[in-house]
Ligand binder design. Sequence first.
Ligand SMILES: [Mg+2]
Length: 321
Amino acid sequence: MRVLIADDNAVYRRLLQHALELWGYTVLIAVDGEAAWHTLDAADSPPMAIIDWMMPGLDGIEIVKRLRARQRSCYTYVLLLTSRSELNDVELGLYAGSDDYLTKPFELPELKARLFAGSRVLRLHEELHATITKLHEIARHDSLTGLLNRKAILAGLNEELERARRAHTAVTVMMIDVDHFKKVNDLYGHPAGDAVLAEVGRRLKFSIRAYDSAGRYGGEEFLVCLPDCDSDAAHEVAERVRLTIAGSEILAEKLAISTSASIGIASSTHAPDMEDLVRCADQALYQAKLAGRNRVCTYGSELRDHGSIVSEPATTLVRMP
Ligand SMILES: [Mg+2]
């Protein structure tokens, strides 16, 4: 573990460095308060710091106050070193935000034990942080497809629309619906249906641009947000998505299932408001369904049918030999 030693006293610095390196810590050194803050405020700051209270420039208390005032997910464990031993000073140090303190002169075995306890606190903090991050990810994603869930994709779309308003660019959305999906569930059961949705999600993610985001909007409906993209450019992406989904059979539950999807496109140049934009994409999707499915329709240009020329049979099921 990396530990910062901040002390203006060269004798203490050497003593601490020698002991800590002997105990297996990687030591960083600061000779005054400013240098200590510089190290602790860096992006790759060490997780633990032994900070002398009395230093020229910034003192230990001020450094701890600054550390605790900033918003960071990683925690810095601080052990304050002080030559003052009055109870009031110890209280001040702890209330300011230090985790522990030692009064100079101190015994090295005690320092070793306190650093050990500090490492345990840091480990618990890391575990907690990892758990929170994981829960946050779970809360944002659809467990079946691994895509964003409805709430997360809409939140992302809202952010992109705000960004587009500032940058005077267009955001386009795609509403995708798997054709005749109910048949898969009805005829072959939900495990087969789930496998089809998971594979459609995978093909969808594979076909969009790196900076597009895809989410499961509900049931067999998917929503894709395409930033900095007009409806013509989105149409190219949508065609790629459509062809990839319909391109080959999906293997599920010992079946080879042919699947297709209908896609509706709408751009923020038509509907700058999020609810309207999603509604317009939904209307375009409805047009695609009406026109025979397995095709792309763009809101506001219904006369220009982007759909497939050959009307392929929608979901067909072929039993594997
Ligand atoms: Mg000092």
